[in-house]
Ligand binder design. Structure first.
Ligand SMILES: C[S@@+](CC[C@H](N)C(=O)[O-])C[C@H]1O[C@@H](n2cnc3c(N)ncnc32)[C@H](O)[C@@H]1O
Length: 567
């Protein structure tokens, strides 16, 4: 139906058209969605991960198992949707900035600056991945997306749409290139943006960041409670006049001999002090009467005698653990060249390995605003590139003994995963020699390396075997339990090197032998049962119910399992 020929339309067609137009989006971002091969493939087959055992790193069994996934992140996020839904504390991503310089591919084709659909392709790419990523966040989880001017405006609207404007927490401006990009036509760009969005802003929290030495040095005094500085009790500046806050204008009395303060005149020689400034203007105290009384009592409001024998009142301002992070971050440590590109050369002993890493310290400090006190946090970066986020998590753990873990995913464009990300993480864990041939100690840790893979849905014997094997691996990943303890004909048992046990049972035939086994082991088990029908299995575990927590197999896995095995 041609739009321009409305007069030829039937009444019903016109009514339908009006209804459609009324439903149309009123505000937000609109683009032409471009299909993408990997997303189509994930609909036809079951996306899974295949472990490359040869790349596993284990240095300390007490530490968490980190994960690196080589492959397309749409695929990886689809798998994480059945293994890590609602389990991630922070997602940090640094996606391709779509500069048009032929470094980013959409559906296998490079996108250049002449491409008329370059913004639509970028938005289609990001939307699909951000929607999958949102499901992975915990209720109090937060996502950080870095970006520059090329796609800032599109990204902002897209994030508002997916996460909700109410969940917008802040946008940081970080000086990542202090020299400025002189090739820019107008201004030499020296910064980029970090967009913070909460899954649910009423649950998410920003943590104070530790004070620098310089900031801490002003707290010169110390009592039995903490370090402190003295600030005048009399308010100055905005809203400091008596008429602005009349309740904060009141006399405080001082005994000139003992310097004791009180709100009532206690003796005839008490001196009355009022918040009057040097020019005779009536100001106010910084606190009201009730707090003032409390602080006089605790010694946090005190008087100091001046050289002319008059008195000034002060309040102790106690050192806080940290300060609320501000939105503008300028610090030589955030220079991506010095603490990104050059750092990678130091770690890997070669130059010019990757042009777009972040400064390690920019990533650490941004993560610190979210998980300083969350010592077991799980951090995901699905545009991991050279692995800075993984390095940052290991470094944070080293500083405070935390057990945070990371999940990284990157494609292998120009060998970024195999030649840069993996060896970087390996060297950081095991230690390395830098460009000056000095030894740098390893930070310790464990890593499992996976590649993206598919299980075809055709019911061949080969696919059946692969399905059983792969879906078990995915359940191990879900439960963070990788060590096989026992392999029966129709069941397998895994452990996480500590006290967590996982049982996977293939069909009804596996239930009895599995139960016999766990009665011997006498541990608590998480159990998954693959079955071809929908019937519940609880009653079959009645006699071992104290040992067993039955969990449903993720629907995406179960559907393909049933499709393959129903024949
Ligand atoms: C800007 S870089 C990230 C750099 C990273 N923050 C660092 O410090 O090294 C983006 C990375 O995402 C990777 N990438 C792009 N598209 C991807 C996709 N669909 N799946 C997985 N990785 C992808 C690119 O190869 C590139 O290494």
């Amino acid at each position: 139906m041609a739009r321009e020929n409305y007069s030829a339309w039937s009444k019903q067609n016109l009514i339908d058209e009006v209804k459609k137009l009324k439903k149309r989006k009123k505000y937000g971002i609109v683009w032409e969605d471009k299909p993408e091969q990997v997303a189509e493939l994930c609909k036809e087959k079951l996306p899974v991960l295949a472990e490359d055992k040869g790349k596993e790193i284990v240095t300390n069994k007490e530490k968490p198992v980190n994960i690196l996934i080589e492959g397309d992140n749409y695929h990886a996020l689809s798998v994480l949707n059945y293994t890590h839904k609602g389990k991630i504390d922070v997602i940090y991503i640094d996606p391709p900035y779509n500069t048009g310089s032929n470094v980013w591919r959409y559906s296998n084709d490079y996108v250049d600056s002449e491409d008329l659909f370059k913004h639509s392709k970028w938005l289609s790419f990001m939307e699909k991945r951000l929607k999958l990523a949102k499901n992975l966040l915990k209720d109090d989880g937060v996502i950080i997306v870095t970006i520059d001017d090329y796609e800032l405006y599109s990204l902002g609207l897209l994030m508002d749409e997916i996460f909700g404007e109410n969940n917008r927490m802040s946008t940081l401006v970080i000086e990542s290139n202090p020299r400025g990009r002189t090739s820019n036509a107008f201004f030499a760009t020296s910064h980029e943006y970090y967009l913070f969005y909460a899954k649910n802003s009423s649950k998410a929290k920003i943590e104070n960041i530790p004070l620098t030495e310089e900031q801490a040095s002003v707290f010169k005094y110390e009592d039995e409670i903490s370090r402190y500085r003295l600030l005048p009790l009399r308010k100055s500046g905005a809203a400091s006049r008596r008429k602005d806050r009349p309740k904060q204008f009141f006399p405080i009395y001082i005994n000139p001999t003992t310097l004791r303060l009180s709100l009532e005149k206690k003796s005839s020689d008490s001196i009355k002090l009022e918040p009057i400034d040097n020019s005779g203007e009536e100001r106010v105290w910084k606190i009201g009467k009730i707090n003032c009384e409390k602080y006089i009592e605790s010694g946090d409001v005190l008087a100091i005698r001046n050289s002319n024998n008059s008195f000034s009142l002060f309040q102790k301002d106690r050192i806080k653990i940290g300060r609320k992070p501000k939105t503008m971050w300028i610090n030589p440590d955030y220079d991506a060249s010095a603490h990104g590109t050059n750092l990678i050369s130091e770690i890997l002993g070669k130059r010019n390995l990757f042009d777009y890493p972040k400064s390690l310290y920019a990533v650490i400090d941004s993560l610190q605003t979210l998980i300083t006190s969350k010592k077991n946090a799980v951090v995901l970066d699905f545009f991991a590139g050279s692995g800075t986020t993984g390095h940052a998590v290991l470094e944070m753990n080293k500083r405070d003994g935390g057990q945070r873990k990371f999940i990284l995913c990157t494609d292998n464009e120009n060998g970024i995963c195999i030649d840069v990300c993996y060896p970087r993480i390996k060297n950081i864990i095991l230690g390395y020699k830098n460009l000056k041939n000095e030894k740098v100690e390893g930070l310790d840790g464990n890593l499992k390396y996976f590649k993206t893979d598919f299980v075809d849905a055709e019911p061949t014997d080969k696919n059946k075997k692969k399905m059983v094997y792969k879906s078990t691996e995915m359940l191990c990943l879900k439960e963070d339990c990788f060590d096989e303890v026992k392999k029966g004909q129709d069941f397998r048992i895994f452990n996480n090197k500590k006290d967590k046990y996982l049982g996977v049972i293939y069909g009804d035939e596996g239930i009895e032998p599995f139960k016999n086994e766990i009665k011997k082991l006498n541990h608590k088990f998480i159990v998954y049962v693959f079955s071809l029908d929908e019937s519940a299995r609880e009653e079959e575990f009645e006699d071992v119910k104290n040992l067993v927590t039955l969990k449903p197999i993720p629907a995406a896995i179960l559907n393909v399992y049933r499709r393959i095995f129903k024949w």
